[in-house]
Design a protein around this ligand. Structure first.
Ligand code: EPU
Length: 418
């Protein structure tokens, strides 16, 4: 699939942020913790979500879209007989089933998950933490055999504040006997949304929003209705698109306090925008200055926005240091920006220096990962001439109807299925 963009059009109007992918995925996995029906609202219609739902269906769960963004799931009949390993293999986020599968089925075989190639992303933190709850793990030919004689609460110090490891341990701990204390837990808004969902099911979890979570095991969880939070990464992407394009975009369905540091950094750099309870509106004026953009665990700047900051950096005065303190393989997009006219030097796997302002020119480029793909769209929209983005399907994995939403605010972007 390709995106074909004629750049340089001023964008104007309202754009709506979808439900958060990285909240929807663990919450879908967590529905397995109850036999009762769960109704999830504001679920993004993206292929990553469909893939996880397919895995649930392959277990015998009843899964139905009951509204445009509402999915109803009942796992009463789920068994671990015939999981859809093809889907597991296609998606890194299928590791999110480790916790809920273990809580429900106790012994599982899981194929090593695939997904975006953005560095090493080892699963050590997951297994180290699960082992504290009494999980045994054996790896043979790309398959993990995980088993336990009943999960038991323990103190779990995460080796790093990993988002999906925190989510897995939470899901495993809700039924574990006794008390689990997770230290150095990730506390991203999507982790908080999972905790809120688990609490609604009846889980006993204290410390939501902090880096220490205390879970008292319970014996039964019930169904619930839950609305997924808006996607902070999408909100930040649209915000920086509006700023880079110097257009007037009103970004709707935002929780601004989930992006405090991003907003503060952009203001400090000179960007002009108004923030209300649920919207952010960009203005065309404002001279921006370069800054250090260091991506860190929440509440820092999210790594998932680092490439978008990279594109913005090509348009502002001075030298910006983009420093992804998390991933060591997420700078591939920079070489595409250079081909479009950017002045950038990759210093090492974590850091790049970008000096602006430089005009960007349309090119045939590639989308390296989901977030880099979104950044490439912004680059194409502010470049002069035609940009062709190859490998565009990776973007639709995480952004619902992105082409239609951008067209609605004046972007000249088409999708070509090849
Ligand atoms: N890391 C550190 N220090 C930390 C935490 C993490 O160096 O304190 C490193 C890890 O070693 C790894 C990277 O940062 O290389 C990411 O770590 P993490 O385990 O937190 O990533 P993840 O749980 O596999 C989730 C999101 C990613 C997002 C990362 C970081 C989901 C399904 N995935 O992945 O989202 O980039 O957290 O916030 O929630 C995406 O949506 O495109 C995506 C890749």
């Amino acid at each position: 699939m390709q995106f074909i963009i004629e750049g340089g059009k001023k964008l104007n109007g309202d754009i709506w942020v979808s439900g958060a992918k990285n909240a929807a995925l663990p919450i879908i996995a967590a529905t397995l913790l109850t036999d009762d029906e769960c109704i999830l609202d504001n679920v993004p219609r993206i292929s990553d979500v469909e893939t996880l739902l397919n895995i649930l269906k392959s277990l015998g769960s009843a899964v139905a879209w009951t509204g445009e963004h509402q999915v109803t799931i009942c796992n009463r009949n789920a068994t671990f007989h015939n999981p859809d390993y093809q889907s597991v293999k296609s998606l890194r986020a299928s590791i999110l089933f480790f916790g809920s599968f273990l809580a429900r089925f106790h012994t599982i075989d899981m194929i090593e998950p695939g997904g975006c190639i953005i560095g090493n992303r080892p699963l050590d933190t997951h297994f180290h933490a699960l082992s504290k709850l009494g999980v045994r793990m054996e790896k043979k030919n790309g398959t993990y055999a995980l088993s336990s004689d009943g999960l038991r609460g323990a103190e779990v110090v995460l080796l790093e504040a990993s988002v999906t490891a925190t989510e897995n341990i939470l899901m495993a701990a809700v039924y574990a006997q006794g008390v689990t204390v997770i230290k150095n837990a990730a506390c991203e808004p999507h982790v908080q949304d999972l905790v809120t969902f688990l609490q609604k099911l009846g889980a006993d979890i204290a410390g939501n929003g902090t880096t220490t979570l205390t879970v008292h095991g319970v014996s039964v969880l019930h169904g619930t209705v839950h609305t997924i939070i808006p996607d902070t990464i999408e909100a930040g992407t649209f915000l920086m698109l509006g700023i880079a394009n110097k257009g007037k975009l009103r970004i709707n369905n935002v929780i601004p306090e989930h992006m405090d540091v991003v907003l503060e950094k952009l203001k400090m750099m000179g960007a002009k925008f108004d923030v209300s309870d649920t919207t952010i509106t960009t203005h065309s004026h404002g001279i921006m200055r370069a800054a250090k953009i260091d991506a860190r665990p929440y509440p820092g700047i999210p790594t998932d926005l680092q490439s978008v900051f990279g594109v913005l950096a090509t348009q502002i005065q001075g030298t910006t240091l983009i420093w992804d303190t998390l991933f060591e393989g997420r700078m591939g997009y920079v070489q595409e920006l250079v081909r479009m006219g950017a002045n950038a030097v990759i210093c090492d796997p974590h850091r790049v220096l970008i000096t602006g302002p430089t005009p960007l020119y349309g090119q045939e480029i590639r989308s390296f990962d989901l977030r880099a793909g979104a950044a490439m769209i912004i680059a194409g929209l502010i470049a002069s001439g035609r940009t062709v983005i190859n490998g565009a399907e990776i973007v639709s994995r995480g952004y619902e109807r992105i082409v239609e939403r951008l067209q609605a605010v004046g972007a000249d972007i088409q999708q070509k299925d090849s």
